[in-house]
Design a protein around this ligand. Structure first.
Ligand SMILES: N[C@@H](CCC(=O)N[C@@H](CS)C(=O)NCC(=O)O)C(=O)O
Length: 217
């Protein structure tokens, strides 16, 4: 059964691949699974029909037969568990790859999201100027620790896994800030992710939604 995911009808990032449907598209491309996309407007996301799929009225969602999922990490894990290519066979290595998925969304992403909120939603508040450097410090702490762990290896734990997919997906949000460039191995890590053919196909498809070009498949 071909799954259907949801994505923004008009993404606020103008197709830069920062919306979280990108992670799900990338995972599906990595395991060579076809999928369909239902585009939703901001208002439709808050309607009962969409909230039945996603209690928080957001994208992405994933529907496959009777199964409906939300949360990009859970969706990527579901895909990775059902198709070869994103999780190692060895049980311990698999558990470590899943640990990196959680680390991406639970430890690295929160301060990055704080920055997005502080800049774009709270930038006009009087305390914003003082808050921004504090958040940037918290992000740099995480980047420094991640950079130390990655060292000069290509991926976080052996071969490319769903853990790397989620981590690169999270770090991509920092590209425009220039902060990633302060950690050359992390910047190269993100570039390696972006160079993967599956990433490129997923990126092109989500960009095509914004530009109105036909999808690749
Ligand atoms: N933790 C969720 C976050 C989902 C999320 O924040 N989605 C954003 C797009 S990237 C969204 O739908 N924003 C619109 C809104 O919250 O109204 C996940 O990883 O899927």
């Amino acid at each position: 059964m071909i799954p259907t995911i949801t994505a923004f009808e008009r993404s606020p990032d103008h197709g830069r691949g920062l919306a979280r449907d990108m992670r799900v598209r990338w995972a599906l491309e990595e395991v060579c699974q076809p999928y369909e996309v239902r585009l939703v407007s901001f208002s439709a996301m808050k309607e009962p029909a969409h909230r039945a799929l996603h209690p928080f009225g957001q994208i992405p969602t994933y529907e496959e037969g009777d199964l409906a999922l939300f949360e990009s990490g859970a969706i990527v894990l579901h895909i990775a568990e059902r198709h070869a290519g994103l999780l190692p066979d060895d049980a311990n290595a698999r558990a470590r790859a899943i640990t990196w998925m959680f680390a991406a969304v639970n430890t690295v992403e929160p301060p990055i999201l704080e920055l997005v909120t502080a800049k774009f939603l709270e930038g006009d508040r009087p305390w914003s100027k003082e808050r921004l450097p504090l958040i940037a410090d918290r992000i740099r702490d995480r980047l420094k620790q991640l950079s130390a762990r990655l060292g000069d290896t290509d991926w976080l734990d052996g071969a490319f896994s769903a853990g790397d997919l989620m981590m690169v997906g999270v770090l991509l949000r920092l590209k425009a800030s220039g902060m990633l460039d302060e950690y050359p191995n992390l910047s190269a890590y993100v570039s390696r992710g972006e160079a993967r053919p599956a990433f490129k196909r997923a990126f092109a498809d989500q960009l095509a939604v914004f530009t109105g070009e036909p999808q690749t498949g």
